[in-house]
Design a binder for this molecule. Structure first.
Ligand SMILES: [Fe+2]
Ligand SMILES: [Fe+2]
Length: 305
């Protein structure tokens, strides 16, 4: 078999629902596409803890402090697992971290924004994790088997994060009017980024990640699922979704909403969000300050000096 025939057989295999293991032969463009996808996911888990860690010391009770600490720990663990998956595809972890810190690779839009109140902690754990789990559950069917298996474990933990977030929000909604206003104000700020999070609709005929089944569902399908599950739950708590154009169309069987700001999404994920540079700088400073630990553990030459 020549390379072209081999590649054709490979794509017929994945498009027919077949799985790929790390040590299977795969065409370079499939390998590159999976790596790019998983690397961005890993980056997002790692950068996603920064907005939340700022609240560990400010959590209102010991119980909340413990819950938030474990969530942050889980997310760092997710980054660890996903960098392992990405590493097997041929890019060393140090290179991935270097590219992230240099702004060469991306992380999800929602982690480029500031957290202003305890209400944000509830909205992030409830709704940002909810928007994420909708796509992560679909990734359990990824054609790249090591990624699919890793997502099974991650989804278990994500579902606990959502319960934790909903509990924070529910407690505030049952509190004072000022606490209710705090949640509504947080939702008002987070709704735009949440609606942008799955990305603009793509054409299923040309979306390579979809065709090769690296991801199992398209952006618009994921957004519709998120709206179907969570908008009724948001309303149930007495919150208002800040979009006058939002509504379910019974005839079309889909949600209508005001077009998300795609220019903002592009701007934010390319490192121009309100907190992008500050968060990357935190990572760079932290990476430099902890170099001695890696040197000691990995036995790098500077540790012996
Ligand atoms: Fe996570
Ligand atoms: Fe999470």
């Amino acid at each position: 078999m020549d390379d072209q025939e081999r590649a054709d057989a490979f794509y017929a295999h994945v498009m027919g629902g077949g799985k790929v293991e790390a040590d299977d032969w795969m065409p370079d463009d499939y390998r590159a596409a999976v790596l790019k996808f998983v690397e961005m996911h890993a980056n997002s888990e790692l950068m996603g803890v920064l907005p939340e860690r700022e609240w560990i010391l400010r959590a209102p009770t010991l119980k909340r402090k413990l819950a938030l600490t474990s969530k942050v720990q889980d997310e760092v663990g997710h980054a660890q697992l996903l960098y392992r998956v990405a590493e097997d595809l041929g890019k060393p972890r140090e290179q991935m971290l270097a590219d992230l810190m240099a702004g060469k690779t991306k992380f999800h839009n929602v982690f480029h924004y500031p957290t202003r109140s305890w209400g944000d902690v509830g909205i992030i754990a409830w709704l940002v994790d909810a928007a994420a789990i909708v796509s992560q559950q679909a990734l359990r069917d990824s054609s790249y088997a090591p990624y699919a298996r890793t997502m099974k474990k991650i989804c278990w933990e994500e579902s606990v994060h959502i319960m934790h977030g909903r509990d924070v929000v529910l407690t505030l909604m049952n509190g004072t009017s000022r606490q209710r206003e705090m949640v509504q104000e947080a939702l008002d700020r987070w709704w735009g980024p949440l609606m942008q999070m799955h990305g603009p609709p793509t054409d299923p005929a040309t979306d390579r990640d979809l065709i090769w089944k690296i991801k199992a569902k398209g952006n618009e399908q994921l957004r519709q699922e998120f709206l179907s599950i969570y908008v009724p739950r948001i309303w149930e708590l007495g919150l208002t979704v800040p979009d006058a154009g939002l509504g379910y169309d019974e005839v079309e069987g889909r949600w209508h909403y005001t077009e998300p700001d795609w220019a903002e999404l592009r701007n934010v994920v390319t490192g121009h969000g309100p907190m992008s540079q500050e968060r990357l700088e935190f990572r760079r400073t932290n990476h430099a300050a902890t170099q001695w630990v890696r040197d000691a553990v990995l036995g790098a030459p500077s540790a012996a000096a």
